[in-house]
Structures are given as C-alpha cells and as structure tokens.
Design a protein around this ligand. Structure first.
Ligand SMILES: [Zn+2]
Length: 264
C-alpha cells in the first residue's frame, strides 16, 4: 500500500482521538489508581510493559504501618457494628464490598465512605473470575464499580478478586483497563471458619508484621467481635492503622527513594 492510501486512515484515526503512536506511560505502577473512564482517556495500554507492579500483598517493611481490610459486606447488622468499633478506636480501614450487597444496603456503603474508610471493588456477585472469559470479568468489575458509584458518588480505586482467584493475563487486563492495584493480603486468620473471636484476634496479632495487610470478613459477627482486642493489642505494639492506598502508595514512594539514594 502506498503512503497516499494511508493518509485518509491516519486522518480518521487522529479525528477519533486515537494516535497511531500512543505513548505508553513510563511509570504506570507509581501513578495513583484512576477510574476506568479516565484510564481509557489517558490511553493506558491493554497490556502492560514487563516489570509493572500489579499485585500487592503488603506495604513497606520499613514502617510500623498496617491495613485492616474487610471483605464481602456490607452486612446490615455486622458492618454498622464494625463501623461503630472503628470509630471508637479512631481506626481507618478498607472495605472490599460486593456490588449486589451495595445495591441492597447503599446507606451502609455511604457511611463507610463518610467515616473516612476506603472502599474497594470486590466484583458484583463474588464470582470466581478465573473461571470467566474476558467479557465476564469486565462485566463483574463494571457492575461492581457502578454499584459503588451509585451509592457513594465515588469510583473505587482498588480491586480484590474473590477467592484470590485471578489468572495472570486477567490481572494485567484489569490493572491496564481499570487502573486498579490488585490487592491481596499477608495475614489471613481464616475467620470465615468461625473459630471464635479470641482465636481470630490472636491469629491477626501474631501474623502481623510491618506493612501487613490483614484479611477479615465483616459478614460474620464473630469476626467483628475480634476487632476491639485486635486493635488494642496491635496499637500497644506501636502499629499505626492506615488505608490500603495509604499503605501501598507510601511503600512505592519509599522504594523509589531507596532506588535513587546512594547507599551510605
Ligand atoms: Zn470475598
């Protein structure tokens, strides 16, 4: 094909706002997460260059900062009770909510945000995404995001896959299309087996290290019952509670500084 034949195609591409030479952002991993439509407008690639950080299991080991995360709510009784506990202890947390439960209990989702906690996308139906095709995964994330947006007026900026089940290419697609860091955890007390509040608290406290992300489910009364003791003991050990975004953005900043500062 001669150049003269390409010109109308290039003009068409330019008029659609699609550059034939779209630039790949250099440091996608250190940018704050963006809502889906903003990420698309900024031309984030569907596949990311190698070395981009997608999965987060913890924050920096250099600081006594940790994040409490609560999955699978909102629950009509246990989530408000948990919010009362967090407020009494002045502790921020991160809630990975299920979209169809947010549609059922939008007031609780609003309260989560109003009281300074962070809210993350945990799909619409708690589907096992590793068993779905790309269109199914996208639908779960879009519907989860839209439920949060309808209830709170905010786009979620984090994502946690149900059952931690997500194939590698799905992780990259989600990070690229939605801008979400994929957030896992490194302390799991298996509270969903309901071993009792004191056992849950003990497992959480004993598993915690600098930068830990703690996994709890606010669906269960016994899990919520474990939280006052957990907070009291971890605060006594000098840990500071932050949201996941605070934890991982700070970790990225420290990594960057360590990379540029000469060793003493
Ligand atoms: Zn879950």
């Amino acid at each position: 094909m001669k150049l003269i034949h390409l010109i109308p195609i290039l003009v068409l591409l330019a008029s659609c706002g699609i550059s034939p030479e779209a630039q790949v952002p250099e440091e996608v991993e250190n940018q704050p997460a963006q809502p889906y439509n903003l990420a698309m407008r900024n031309g984030l690639p569907k596949t990311l260059p190698p070395g981009v950080k997608v999965n987060y299991y913890s924050g920096s080991v250099l600081e006594k900062r940790i994040a409490l995360t609560f999955d699978d709510g909102p629950h009509p009784v246990n989530t408000p009770r948990l919010l009362d506990i967090l407020r009494a202890h002045s502790v921020p947390a991160t809630f990975f909510v299920i979209g169809n439960r947010v549609d059922q209990y939008p007031n609780i989702a609003r309260r989560i945000v109003r009281e300074g906690h962070e809210i993350g996308n945990h799909t619409y139906t708690h589907a096992n995404l590793s068993k779905l095709g790309d269109a199914g995964v996208r639908s779960e994330l879009v519907r989860g995001r839209d439920a949060i947006l309808r209830a709170t007026g905010l786009y979620p900026t984090l994502f946690r896959p149900p059952y931690a089940a997500l194939k590698t290419h799905q992780r990259y697609n989600i990070k690229a299309e939605f801008g979400y860091p994929i957030v896992f955890w490194n302390v799991d007390p298996l509270d969903w087996k309901r071993p009792g509040p004191s056992v849950v608290a003990d497992r959480l406290v004993k598993g915690t290290r600098n930068g830990s992300i703690l996994l709890v489910h606010d669906l269960h009364a016994s899990s919520v019952d474990a939280i006052p003791e957990t907070i009291t003991r971890l605060k006594a050990q000098g840990y500071e509670f932050v949201t996941v975004s605070q934890l991982i953005n700070r970790a990225a900043m420290l990594q960057k500084r360590a990379a540029v500062e000469p060793a003493l």
